[in-house]
Ligand binder design. Structure first.
Ligand SMILES: Cc1cc2nc3c(=O)[nH]c(=O)nc-3n(C[C@H](O)[C@H](O)[C@H](O)COP(=O)(O)OP(=O)(O)OC[C@H]3O[C@@H](n4cnc5c(N)ncnc54)[C@H](O)[C@@H]3O)c2cc1C
Length: 393
């Protein structure tokens, strides 16, 4: 059986590795740009958390964290033992209203029922733990604490994607640089994929893992997927401070910030302020977002940040699921042999190990075997039943 995967980012590469390694499938991955210049997997902030409000996102994150902790073993090849530099200082969500604090408490109960160790910290506990943080306006914080089974932090996402790709090739998958342009159809099946340059690959199954471009790929078989390319800016900053063991901070304003490995260096960002249009060119980093919004918020939350400088910035696309901001995984009806893994809306890197594993099971055996990913079913769109996740960043 040949599976053709369109898109060789972290989702396509993880699915390819699981199909080839665990199910012995013949896999061809079509990736239009081997430099991954525009791929989200290469432009991400690469963090992993367990603080979600839905069971499926928590379970997927737990399974993926377990994988990433041991990625050196899972994806070792004769030439490479991958090291993605995973660190786990936790996410710290701050709530500045009583409603926000109630939400954190409700999520805390769900998270603990699933074995996720989050700690609720009142302002005094926050001051004690993070003396450099100003929390006078804060009602409550929720911190993801690392244990043997639970943890939050960040890693090198590009290294993770390349590790999946190398290991998939080692397991027998083929990666071809090709820009998929059309699907060859026959009744309710897709028989193959044709590239812009005319090359064709016959397929028993086709997977759409084209990130922010997944809607365009789905259109090749006449299907509609509500996935849009939404630009997100990231700013690297340098400040003469060392915030030891600093977490990934999620300010109530939506501004996020986390330390880098080198002392005094940080990454930060925020959702756009004035609408969220599709397909804004990645060259257009919005510097005013930093100057007028992110910096004032950070300087008030972390007074030592009153003096800092931006050392670099970049933008990447969230592959935004405009229906409900969660992954779209599974079969793409009415086609009997077309699947998708897209729409992760800012949490695809952390979900790639578990999603790739589940999708490979579905394709190779006809059903999910380990973790049931059916809450991500694409059919929820036609049914008008969104998967509601409160913690979308
Ligand atoms: C600024 C930013 C911060 C983020 N932060 C986080 C985070 O902290 N944690 C987290 O988990 N996630 C985060 N994400 C999201 C995460 O990066 C994505 O969810 C994930 O990388 C998606 O992987 P993918 O393989 O689906 O897409 P991509 O990595 O975009 O890969 C899709 C590939 O498909 C290829 N392609 C498209 N069309 C075609 C075609 N017609 N033919 C052939 N190939 C094609 C593209 O070239 C591309 O390489 C962030 C994203 C951004 C932009």
């Amino acid at each position: 059986m040949t599976v053709v995967i369109i898109g060789g980012g972290v989702m396509g590469a993880s699915t390819a590795w699981h199909l080839a390694r665990e199910h012995g499938q013949e896999v061809v991955v079509l990736e239009r740009d081997n430099s991954y210049a525009l791929a989200s997997s290469a432009l991400s902030a690469c963090a992993i958390r367990q603080q979600f409000s839905t069971e499926i996102n928590i379970r997927v994150s737990q399974a993926s964290l377990a994988f990433y902790r041991n990625i050196g073993q899972h994806l070792a090849t004769p030439d490479d033992t991958p090291d993605i530099g995973l660190v786990e200082p936790g996410y710290l969500y701050l709530a500045a209203t009583s409603q926000g604090a109630d939400n954190l408490r409700a999520q805390h109960a769900l998270q603990h029922s699933l074995g996720v160790t989050t700690a609720l910290l009142d302002p005094d506990a926050l001051r004690q733990r993070y003396p450099w943080m100003q929390v006078d306006d804060v009602h409550l914080g929720s911190l993801g604490v690392s244990t043997a089974t639970s943890g939050e932090g960040w890693f090198d996402g590009y290294a993770a994607m390349q590790a999946f790709r190398r290991a998939a090739i080692e397991a027998g998958a083929t990666f071809v640089e090709a820009d998929a342009a059309a699907m060859i159809t026959d009744a309710n099946r897709v028989r193959g994929v044709r590239a812009v340059d005319g090359r064709e690959w016959l397929a028993d199954h086709v997977v759409i893992a084209a990130g922010a471009w997944s809607a365009r790929v789905a259109a090749m078989c006449g299907a509609t997927l509500p996935v849009a390319a939404r630009k997100r800016d990231v700013f690297a900053i340098e400040a003469n401070v060392s915030l030891a063991d600093g977490p990934l901070l999620i300010d109530p304003s939506g501004v996020w910030c986390r330390p880098e490995k080198t002392a005094g260096q940080f990454l930060c960002g925020a959702p756009p302020r004035n609408g969220d249009p599709d397909d804004v060119p990645l060259s257009q980093v919005d510097r005013s977002l930093f100057d007028e919004h992110i910096w004032p918020v950070l300087a008030s939350r972390i007074p030592d940040f009153d003096a800092l400088r931006v050392t670099s910035s970049w933008a990447g696309y969230y592959e935004m699921n405009t229906f409900d901001h969660n992954g779209l995984v599974g079969r793409l009806t009415p086609w009997t042999n077309v699947y998708a893994a897209c729409g992760f809306s800012g949490h695809g890197l952390q979900q790639a190990p578990a999603v790739g594993k589940g999708l490979a099971e579905l394709i190779a055996t006809g059903a999910y075997q380990t973790l049931d990913l059916s809450p991500f079913t694409i059919d929820r769109i036609a049914a008008g039943q969104p998967l509601l996740e409160r913690n979308v960043i």
